[in-house]
Design a protein around this ligand. Structure first.
Ligand SMILES: Nc1ncnc2c1ncn2[C@@H]1O[C@H](COP(=O)(O)OP(=O)(O)OP(=O)(O)O)[C@@H](O)[C@H]1O
Ligand SMILES: N[C@@H](CCO)C(=O)O
Length: 321
């Protein structure tokens, strides 16, 4: 359960009084997620999400995220913008953390998406990339390829406590990525974390894209590569569902056909996605406070996926055999 910061009923009541949203009826911590503290808040006027931003989200980045959500909402995409208070302010502070009251979107996030659902989700990502063509703000990717070596160094030899040899295997993968990472593909505002749990669905239709707190300006196709690595494997990372991956790409291609250069770079981008989430999960695995109400995610479940995108890694990495 991701609730790092406890919000008292008194503090929440006072917070909600700034908004035109009615009186507090109930609030409960949301079990899913690992990054931020989220509460489902019911008032006499409706249902909202209260998010308190934790460790990886800097308050300085919130204006970018909120502007992006407002932009996408303005284009008619199903994303959850922040609710402004009576003074028009979207970004607040609560219990010492930056906090926003967010529009609640209906739908459920899937554990095992089907190809039909992946087709719709890939199409939704393509629509999102179309919609940011005139979004003027930019944000460097704080979890982008140039940052991975430093995160690897910060995890250090403790990586071998997760799996013997993981430190050196990731080092080898990082060297390969820095030699082959594409330099000249299209960039735009990307989501950068569009896992199945960040896509709300009703049946086979997308009802919402949520959790834009890694959004940044980076290679457009890297967003699809993250999605491909996140969607087309089972939770252990052992079973690859090629049909789901193909459906994601088919849906996305309704908006953007892949160029030859993009097709050639896709596997590298996907290995990069595997390494990025292996490293962030490994850092959390090694550093999550014992009293946090959060279920840590298995780093190896992401690392294993790299073998599908670059089979040569299996020969060279003990942790992939
Ligand atoms: N706007 C929303 N409408 C409906 N449900 C939401 C909304 N925002 C968040 N949720 C619910 O809260 C859960 C956690 O939210 P979110 O994914 O933003 O948390 P997180 O800690 O940032 O997660 P992650 O580990 O994916 O980064 C979601 O899986 C979803 O169930
Ligand atoms: N989606 C990420 C968590 C957010 O960084 C993961 O599953 O590791």
């Amino acid at each position: 359960m991701a609730v790092y910061t406890h919000v008292s009923a008194e503090a929440l009541g006072g917070f909600l009084a700034r908004f035109d949203v009615g009186e507090l009826v109930s609030a409960k911590g949301i079990a899913e997620g690992v990054e931020n503290s989220n509460y489902l808040v019911d008032t006499t006027r409706g249902r909202y999400i209260l998010t308190l931003y934790e460790k990886r989200v800097s308050a300085d980045d919130l204006p970018f995220f909120m502007a992006l959500l407002d932009h996408l909402d303005g284009k008619g995409l199903a994303v959850p913008p922040a609710i402004p208070d009576r003074d028009g302010r979207e970004i607040h502070e609560l219990e010492g953390r930056p906090a926003c009251l967010i529009k609640f979107l209906p739908g459920v996030s899937l554990s095992h998406p089907s190809p039909a659902q992946a087709l719709a989700a890939g199409e939704a990502m393509g629509r999102m990339h179309r919609a940011v063509a005139d979004f003027p703000a930019t944000r460097a990717n704080s979890m982008g390829q140039p940052s991975w070596a430093a995160l690897h160094a910060r995890c250090g030899r403790s990586l071998d406590d997760i799996a013997p040899g993981l430190h050196d295997d990731l080092d080898l993968a990082l060297a390969g990525l820095s030699a082959t990472w594409p330099a000249s593909l299209d960039t735009c505002a990307i989501h950068a974390d569009l896992f199945p749990d960040n896509v709300l669905m009703r049946g086979d239709a997308v009802s919402g894209l949520i959790d834009f707190y890694f959004a940044c300006t980076d290679i457009r196709l890297y967003d699809l590569a993250v999605m491909h690595a996140a969607w087309s494997f089972d939770a252990t990372g052992r079973d690859h569902d090629a049909a789901v991956g193909e459906a994601l790409i088919a849906g996305y291609s309704r908006h953007f056909a892949m160029s030859d250069a993009e097709r050639a770079a896709f596997a590298t981008l996907a290995v990069g996605a595997c390494v990025r989430f292996t490293l962030s999960r490994a850092w959390d695995w090694l550093n999550t406070p014992a009293d946090a109400l959060v279920t840590r995610k298995d780093p190896l479940a992401f690392w294993r996926r790299a073998a599908v995108y670059d089979p040569a890694l299996v020969q060279r990495c003990a942790t992939l055999r």
